[in-house]
Design a protein around this ligand. Sequence first.
Ligand code: ADP
Length: 261
Amino acid sequence: LEEQFAKSQKMQAIGNLAGGIAHDFNNVLTIITASVDFLLLNHRTGDPSFQDLLLIKQSANRAAALVRQLLAYSRRQTMRPKMLNLTDVLADNHLLLQRISGDLVKLERHHARDLWPVMADIGQFEQVITNLVKNAHDAMPEGGTITISTRNVPATEVKSFGYAEMEDEDFVLVEVADSGTGMPADVAERIFEPFFTTKEIGKGTGLGLSMVYGIIKQSGGFIFVDSRMGEGTTFRIFLPRHIPSAIEAPRAEGAAANGTK
Ligand code: ADP
């Protein structure tokens, strides 16, 4: 399971990063290749720098091939947002989440009734939650409790959370809280950076939370962390409430028959 996790994290993060970086990187490579070609024109095969220039050219070609692969990969990862009821998605994933939590950890759920629907990619949301639960598990080597809760946050209550960047709109809140080690402020500040990890080599990639962050931003949402050393950590995800129009499917995917209207 560990290995599977590390792999899917890596792949997702590569996909998310690739699209943005690859384009700029390609421009840089074009300049390198063109300059080397120009220099090669002015050198003969026997010249001392000829082999070095050839090596630069070959390496630039290899880099270009890698960029093409990355681009091909990131294109496969397009979002397919659908109207979702997150309480239902979490319920459907409970067994998997329990397995990730491990035997020492108690997994609790508190879900609001009549949770508003959101627009999100179900696979990506599952990745977000499994990553948060995996990290929570890692922060509780001696066991503890993970609490996953969902609730509606009407526009009038947004201010009470004190997050300056959030507008007064209706949101659905998903909280993942653990009773683990917590983290110092300087760590908490950096956790969403790609490749930032405090775990030993082989245990962490540092890509999980950067991927989580990317997915939530792409979905128009917000993610915040609140952590206290020795007490635990809470992640809060806010996704905008989706108000279905008349022509859309009458209920959220996975919702119960008497679910959201
Ligand atoms: P990784 O898990 O591979 O290290 P992440 O991006 O998922 O990468 O996490 C980055 C870092 O954030 C972790 O190495 C850890 O220091 C910290 N972290 C994440 N979640 C928690 C948590 N629930 N409790 C304590 N620290 C955490």
